[in-house]
Design a protein around this ligand. Sequence first.
Ligand SMILES: Cc1ncc(COP(=O)(O)O)c(C=O)c1O
Length: 337
Amino acid sequence: MNADFRSDTVTVASPAMRSAMASADVGDDVYGEDPTVNRLQDHVAALTGKEAALFLTSGTQSNLAALLAHCQRGDEFIIGSEYHIFLNEAAGAAAFGGASPWPVEVDANGSLTPDAVRAAVREPDQHHPVSRLLCLENTVNGRVQPVDLVDKLAATGQDCDLAVHLDGARLFNAAVASGVDIDAFLDHVDTVSLCLSKGLGAPAGTVLAGDRATIDRAFRARKMLGGGMRQVGHLAAAGLHALEHNIDRLADDHARAERIAEGFRAIDALSLTQDTNMVWVTPPAEHHDDLVAHLESEGLSACFWKPTMRFVTHLDIDDAQVEALIDTFQRFFADRT
Ligand SMILES: Cc1ncc(COP(=O)(O)O)c(C=O)c1O
């Protein structure tokens, strides 16, 4: 049985989503005339409790537009050392905005502490970069950052005169796992980036929300980055469909990831962690390559990083695929433990 556990980005639009895309009212969004994009932006502004929102091509473009909106050349942004903007966005803020990261070590849950944030803020001095922005993330590789902590960190940032940006590529997973709406995380957050193309299952798109002045600057940055799109209401319709139908069902992805973890825990040789829709597994080093070959031969793919592999559940993974994965692992280790 084939199953793709690499990422929640691999989903393809459902028939209902395709039909919403096909029938979308569209216009030229560079002129602000696409009614479906405008509806999506208004919807996300309301969901986040922010003044305005902007539809962008991807999470990377949204984070970069936000950083360019917040920072000037020579500014510094404080960020968790494991966060995507720091590790996996090609140093865009430095390359295009002249803003440099100040990475702060995170704990086992991927969290910063308010004290570490305060300590990272520079004294005003001609020798120093200007501390301008705090970048948070939720979830962090699947790990939920609790509402209270996000609130304390963001309030600390604001207290230190920093703007606060939250990379919420998977904030809906954090919200569903915490039993709250996403705005619960956002009281002291200035801008939040929400991906539509991860657990929510849209083919593309991210929305950035914040106050009107910052979103206006991000709008200009989006243009500069080549992200001004035209009749993009077809994609916005997919995003609206995702927001209307695919938030609560993230609980199913989390339950399936828990089931995978439960199945894997029965195998003594494995060490693993599971949070929301992600399972991280470290097999014994001597079995890694053979295990990968065994999984691939049965049509199962995942991120087969060494030493730790990642399995992600999503809209296009069902219970039968989860059981097939567990069964394939159990058969592989049956005569190897
Ligand atoms: C936490 C986080 N932020 C941002 C992004 C970037 O999103 P995109 O791939 O749409 O550029 C990702 C992508 O996986 C991510 O995991």
